[in-house]
Write a protein that binds this ligand. Sequence first.
Ligand SMILES: [Zn+2]
Length: 381
Amino acid sequence: MSSSLSSSSTKGLLERLADGPVVGDGSMLITLEKRGYVMAGSWTPEATLQYPDAVKQLHREFLRAGADVIQTFTYCATEDNLKMKNEHEKNSNDMKSVSEINHRACDLAREVANEGGALVAGSVSNVNAYRKDGACHGAGKEFVQNEFKKQCDIFVKKGVDFLLGEFFAFVEEAEWAVEVMAETGLPVACTMRISVIGDQVGVAPGDVAVRMAKAGADVIGVNCCYDPDTALKTLAMMKEGLEKAGLQRYLMAQPLGYHAQEITDDPRGYSVLPEFPFAMESRALTRTDVREFARRAYDEVGVRYIGGCCGFEPYHIRAIAEELTEERGRSFPGRDKSDGYSSLKRAFRVRQHKRANPEYWKNLVPAAGREKVRKLAEIVD
Ligand SMILES: [Zn+2]
């Protein structure tokens, strides 16, 4: 893979964003659950210790697909979160392993990132302590920030390239995380799991973005919970808020890899869909959907950091890299087996020729292949 090293390999996140689009990676927990390395329901990343080869293989597939960033597989790996899950599920995980999970995750991400000149993002999780006893502020600012600091200390020690806070439902919690992340001196990206209705206490997306920027975030956006269409609507509102406040920040989108048009304003996100989690395949984005998302994100909303969250498989990331090849001004490692539609043109059969036309794919309405088709779902509590 050494041929994939590009001239941008020595540049940091902000320099790369200034140059053009940065392609993120995709789903780890959901994809590793499908592959048999994560327990559904727990959604915790012990596989970094138990199955490091499986984690590395998925990192490698994202890298080969064109990801410029490899995120450490550390979502939910905080003492606070794992302790609660272990108590709830009566697991016997050793709390000492939380630190081990994070250290090992950094090593795995770095090893793979270095194979292709990618950056390592230390993935900082929201913490349960913020909602202790069901209230906002929960265990208090000092306690909550200390939980973030414990995560950041390991990432700094392990030399990640930047920090990425993810899956915040409350802007106040995101602000507290951003403040701690910014103290490290590393570039700070932060995404909220919100839709057009704003955070869980109704702070509008525009105001959320401004507050995150003022707290110290360099890159601001949304992840998880909603599909690309809803994510882009939310990001457009964030952008408008930033512009009105006279603030310039890079925007970031890592939405679901699933269609979820029913869920545009339910604060709980896609987990309320009846198909979650074992029948989501029928909702998977096609590569054409992803190319359209990447194009709209970049052209219409001005999003610079484009990746995916749950359901975004390596081939989805490849679709982003293919769509934005010209804007990025360079190829990606897996290009030897990915030349868009041209390989179909080279095929002998006339039927394949029709499919060599991008318009064929753009106009295609995929069938479900089932006799019974439900258009939109009833939400399940
Ligand atoms: Zn997700």
